[in-house]
Design a protein around this ligand. Structure first.
Ligand code: HEC
Ligand code: HEC
Ligand code: HEC
Length: 138
């Protein structure tokens, strides 16, 4: 048992190290966040082909935006569309060639897993929130 605890601690340490290395390395996309190959956003959603914030800001800060927005919604009842998680999913989660939405549980096809798998980020959001668009907008 003691050995297992030590191994776990080491495992976490080395993941942390790898992550900080990956993030501090300049990437071909010009941001600081490692981007393996996120799937393209849906076309013609809300007549806009843009994300809710400039791309470099979004790549770096989406985690914060989502968490801040959650805080605002839960604590103060504020609801705007801009940083809504439902909205991210609506634009970003698209069907594969067989017409199925990718899984949030495995692989790296799902937009929200495309970087997280690579960067060893774990989020619990989709235990409660839908990981696939609710209304069909195609
Ligand atoms: C109106 C549609 C739309 C909404 C809503 C939207 N995005 Fe985006 N997002 C885009 C587009 C378009 C891009 C540019 C890359 C592409 O074409 O897929 C992008 C890029 C990104 C990127 C960078 C991906 C890359 O390839 O570098 C991240 C991260 C991201 N969005 C996260 C989010 C999150 C988190 C939310 C919800 C708070 C959100 N987006 C909401 C359309 C949207
Ligand atoms: C372009 C790559 C990329 C994409 C695409 C992406 N993420 Fe992230 N995400 C990261 C990285 C790297 C981190 C860790 C560094 C940070 O917090 O910015 C992160 C962190 C987060 C965090 C904060 C985790 C924490 O514990 O603080 C949340 C929440 C999050 N992402 C949600 C999402 C959601 C929801 C989507 C899909 C709509 C998504 N991300 C898509 C790269 C990405
Ligand atoms: C235990 C269940 C649960 C978990 C886990 C959870 N949420 Fe939520 N979240 C809720 C509920 C309930 C609401 C309020 C009802 C609603 O707006 O759907 C909410 C609302 C939100 C909202 C505002 C509403 C909207 O349309 O987006 C955001 C943003 C949000 N959550 C983000 C997150 C993120 C990011 C994570 C992971 C870091 C997360 N939530 C994890 C239950 C959860």
């Amino acid at each position: 048992m003691k050995i297992r605890v030590k191994l776990n601690t080491l495992g976490k340490l080395s993941i942390g190290l790898l992550l900080s290395l990956a993030i501090s390395t300049a990437s071909p996309w010009g941001g600081e966040v490692p981007i393996p190959n996120p799937p393209k956003a849906k076309e013609n959603v809300s007549n806009s082909q843009k994300c809710v914030e400039p791309l470099d800001v979004m790549r770096r800060n989406h985690g914060l935006f989502l968490k801040h927005y959650r805080h605002d919604t839960m604590r103060h009842g504020i609801r705007t569309i801009q940083h809504s998680l439902v909205n991210c999913i609506e634009c970003h989660v698209t069907k594969d060639t067989e017409g199925n939405y990718p899984s949030i549980k495995e692989g790296s096809e799902h937009f929200c897993r495309s970087c997280h798998t690579y960067a060893a980020v774990t989020i619990d959001c989709f235990q409660c929130h839908a990981s696939q668009p609710e209304k069909s907008s195609e």
